[in-house]
Design a protein around this ligand. Structure first.
Ligand SMILES: Cc1cc2nc3c(=O)[nH]c(=O)nc-3n(C[C@H](O)[C@H](O)[C@H](O)COP(=O)(O)O)c2cc1C
Length: 216
């Protein structure tokens, strides 16, 4: 895949293009129904496999859900989890929440459950003795890489966490040691935008980067 002759250098302007990719990556909940070319989807999976992982353990496991019956179970799972989440709000905030579209399960042509294998042989335990959660972080890195590689090809990804993970694991009959990290909807977006949908809906915009601190 990579051309080793160039020693991993990038052309002038590439960083700016990459910044544009970051700015235009969106969480997508409104999909066209036409399926992306399988060869392009394979390229995206190949990119995700290059994600960093603790001890190089590569603990991510992808389950593509094609069965209409299981997809219906997933939709029901989401709807119930979403109703429970709504009941945690009241007043105006509840009305606002009820009007948000928080999943693209109705139309996304590709659906993926992404799990983390919590006891991998790969990596021989390196890096996770004090922080076993780094396995889940690694799977999240793979999703992030998948997300960007998809967007670079014009394909959108929506991450769903409003779901009962145990019920989903039962629906998909996955091994007990696999923990759900996210359920992804994948396909062409109905529209492109450089503003997050939750910002457009006035739920939560981007804040000033007061998230950084310095210790001197
Ligand atoms: C771990 C994680 C879980 C998320 N779960 C949901 C979800 O269940 N439903 C949803 O609509 N968006 C979900 N999102 C998407 C976020 O709402 C979205 O990333 C955020 O609003 C910023 O928008 P952007 O991704 O378009 O920049 C999730 C994102 C992450 C990283």
């Amino acid at each position: 895949m990579a051309d080793r002759r160039d020693q991993g250098t990038f052309s002038p302007g590439f960083a700016r293009e990459l910044d544009r990719l970051f700015a235009w990556r969106r969480d997508v909940r409104r999909f066209r129904r036409d399926a992306p070319d399988p060869a392009v989807v394979e390229e995206i999976f190949a990119a995700a496999e290059l994600a960093p992982s603790v001890g190089n353990s590569q603990p991510w496991r992808w389950v593509e859900v094609r069965s209409p019956e299981i997809r219906a179970e997933v939709r029901e799972n989401f709807q119930e989890a979403n109703a429970a989440a709504l009941s945690g709000y009241s007043g105006e905030r509840a009305k606002h929440y009820a009007g948000l579209k928080l999943a693209g399960l109705d139309a996304a042509p590709i659906q993926l459950a992404v799990f983390c294998y919590r006891n991998p042989e790969q990596g021989h335990g390196l890096g996770r003795a004090t922080m076993p959660e780094t396995l889940e972080y690694s799977a999240a890195m793979a999703i992030g890489t998948f997300w960007l590689a998809a967007r670079a090809r014009g394909i959108g990804v929506g991450w769903i966490s409003i779901i009962d993970p145990e019920r989903l694991s039962a629906s998909l009959d996955v091994p007990e040691e696999w923990a759900l990290v996210g359920y992804l909807c994948v396909g062409y977006p109905e529209r492109s935008d450089d503003v997050p949908e939750l910002e457009r809906a006035r739920w939560q915009g981007r804040t000033d980067p007061a998230t950084r601190r310095f210790v001197r």
